[in-house]
Design a protein around this ligand. Sequence first.
Ligand code: 13P
Ligand code: SF4
Length: 350
Amino acid sequence: MSEAPAPMPGASASERARERAMAIPVEPPPSLRQIATLQQEVRMLASERDALILAHNYERPEIQDVADRTGDSFALSREAAASEHQVIVFCGVHFMAETAAILAQDRTVLIPDIDAGCSLAETITAQQLRAWKAAHPGAIVVMYVNTTAAVKAEADYCCTSSNAAAVVEHIFEEHGPDVEVLFGPDRWLGTFVRRRTGRGLQLWDGECHVHGAIGFSELAQLREAHPQAELMIHPECRCIPDVTQLLAEGGPLAARHHVLSTGGMLEHARRSDAPQLIVATEIGMLHPLRKHSPGKQLIPARQDALCQHMKLITLPKLRDALRDLRPQVQVPTEIAARARRPLERMLAIS
Ligand code: 13P
Ligand code: SF4
């Protein structure tokens, strides 16, 4: 039987998505006085509109500070699903707002800038996923939440960086050790889950332009310069194969390395006794870490690890979104119904 080769165009899509992201201009922050005025306007409009403001940990500090809740993708999905507010304003990127719209069906979901996308989500389309599935009949599909609703609609399970290993383990427990699993679109998260669970996974070859630039050599240099520091590493980073290899070897050096979601980093920083933390993720993460763990010295793995998409959300845009109730994020009913299933399965597992 001849089988079509699996199409894996994620790497070239990653390159194009990186170029698009790098071309997005990043606005400078407003003055402290402007911030105070805008935040006041935002809070007044939020209460008039019965709106819940959610902000991802990578958002600008002044956005995180005015939000009702901040967190990682998973925590924010849960907040959206549980919320009873009429309006949810998602200060994050488009796939996160779409996830909220799928889980909170009867609510109005706003995103202050509709162009806030995700270079990783751009690396796989629904059509490409259908072709990949066709080349692997019977396989179970796990898609990271960093995907469009149309891609989620083709998946059996979703996962986030905080629960990917648990989701994959659940699938093997349900379907037996021989089940074939397609995992995407992030190849580094996939590599991490493969090594963490010891399970064979077929991986899509996408990556995020921010985390794909964080390699092992810069971490090793920082680690040597700061011998007492612990390292907190997001599983989307390009250094993941070397880090997982180190973790498998064990010992005191391995014990300093922790692979964590952004929410996991906040928890870890709170508990850790280390005086310094090397932070391998998007630079916006330093703000919640400073707030939650004020005594720690935070050392970013790269000063230029900046997600231009996340920084598109500004206070004037948030104020305008609340005032005008747009841009709204709407997912077509049929896509939403199919995308809800893998999301709800994920929420039930973790
Ligand atoms: P977290 O779920 O860890 O917050 O990650 C989301 C993301 O987009 C990472 O780049
Ligand atoms: Fe997407 Fe990367 Fe930005 Fe996260 S940091 S939202 S994965 S582009």
